[in-house]
Design a protein around this ligand. Structure first.
Ligand code: NDP
Length: 311
């Protein structure tokens, strides 16, 4: 298989990957970046980004990512379309297979492959994507001020999202499939004490309806039980908070992860246990998952790569 050697290889094209490419490019590392399956990453699936500093009027998610891409290219990053299909991090140079047809050998590797929000798998989630369906309350909650929203999930994320939305929306329904919450005690207490939040235990969302975007959710209470009940609940927004899946599969034989698959780094740094291999963005971040935090860790990873190469 054809092999190409590079100093700095970046995998992933969200804010973490592109920021790493901007910094690595300016540091003369001639970085090569592979964009992956979804060039631009998760932000290209949202519309307006209102909380990225520097854009007082907000900016379209795809435009923000195009800007970052252009900025990386301006400083010499070689941005390529391609998907990493194999990884061998057993010795340096580290070897990554691209599209099963080419090997990139690199002295430093920045993994910025991101994470994907989990969805229920309903056809209606696709139908109403960007029209009332969201997997990020921090990103989209602002559009539901004084409106009624539903949040699906019973873990810490769902409780956090429900609390956040309760500060904006007029009413939040938390749709929980079990008769109890899985979230930590403190989060459960906060949610229970919030008069804006109503928990619907033993409920499953099975569809959405609406003429112009989401106008409501089809619910089933006690699905499959003899006393099963089906009814429609009017809501303006439908938020998924049933977990994220970090895109770390290829690297798990070499790098430690938590039980969900988030790659573990040295606390507060993008360094891994393998010298010269750094991790940035959501693939290592179960907590913040914001464009700005991903960008910041991409910057840190590139600075680490530069220092590693100097040594
Ligand atoms: P979790 O896996 O903890 O919870 C997922 C929730 O979604 C569960 O209630 C689960 O239900 C529900 N769910 C999953 N699939 C479906 C489905 N198909 N239909 C309906 N409901 C479904 O994920 P989180 O994202 O909440 O948390 C991930 C990790 O991050 C946890 O360890 C959490 O503690 C941590 N975290 C910590 C925070 C903090 O400390 N502030 C904030 C956010 C996350 P069920 O219980 O029935 O399986």
């Amino acid at each position: 298989m054809e092999t190409e050697k590079v100093k700095c290889l970046i995998v992933g094209s969200g804010p973490a990957g592109y920021t790493a490419a901007i910094y690595a490019g300016r540091a003369n590392l001639s970085p090569v970046l592979y964009e992956g399956l979804q060039p631009g990453g998760q932000l290209t699936t949202t519309t307006e980004i209102e909380n990225f500093p520097g854009f007082p009027e907000g900016i379209d998610g795809s435009m923000l990512m195009d800007n970052m891409r252009s900025q990386a290219i301006r400083f010499g990053a070689d941005v390529r379309y391609g998907v990493v299909t194999g990884a061998d991090l057993s010795s340096r140079p580290y070897k990554l297979t691209i599209d099963n047809e080419k090997v990139l050998a690199c002295d430093t590797l920045i993994i910025a492959t991101g994470a994907a929000a989990k969805y229920l798998g309903l056809e209606d989630e696709k139908k109403y994507a960007g029209q009332g369906v969201s997997a990020c309350a921090t990103c989209d909650g602002f559009f539901y001020r004084k409106k009624v929203v539903a949040v699906v999930g019973g873990g810490d994320t769902a409780c956090e999202e429900a609390m956040y939305l309760a500060g904006l929306a007029s009413k939040v329904y938390l749709i929980v499939r079990k008769p109890y919450l899985r979230a930590s005690e403190i989060m459960q207490k906060r949610v229970r004490e919030n008069t804006n939040i109503e928990i619907l235990f033993e409920h499953n969302a099975v569809g959405l309806f609406g003429e112009n975007g989401v106008e409501g959710v089809h619910l089933v209470k006690r699905l499959g039980q003899p006393d099963e009940q089906r009814y429609d609940l009017p809501v303006d927004g439908f938020f998924l908070a049933i977990g994220h899946k970090p895109n770390s599969e290829l690297f798990r034989p070499y790098l430690a992860t938590d039980e969900t698959g988030y790659i573990l780094t040295e606390p507060g740094s993008p360094r891994t246990a393998i010298p010269g291999v750094f991790v940035a963005g959501d693939v290592a971040d179960p907590h913040y998952r914001q464009a700005i935090t991903a960008a910041a860790s991409g910057c840190q990873a590139a600075i680490e790569a530069e220092r590693f190469l100097m040594r």
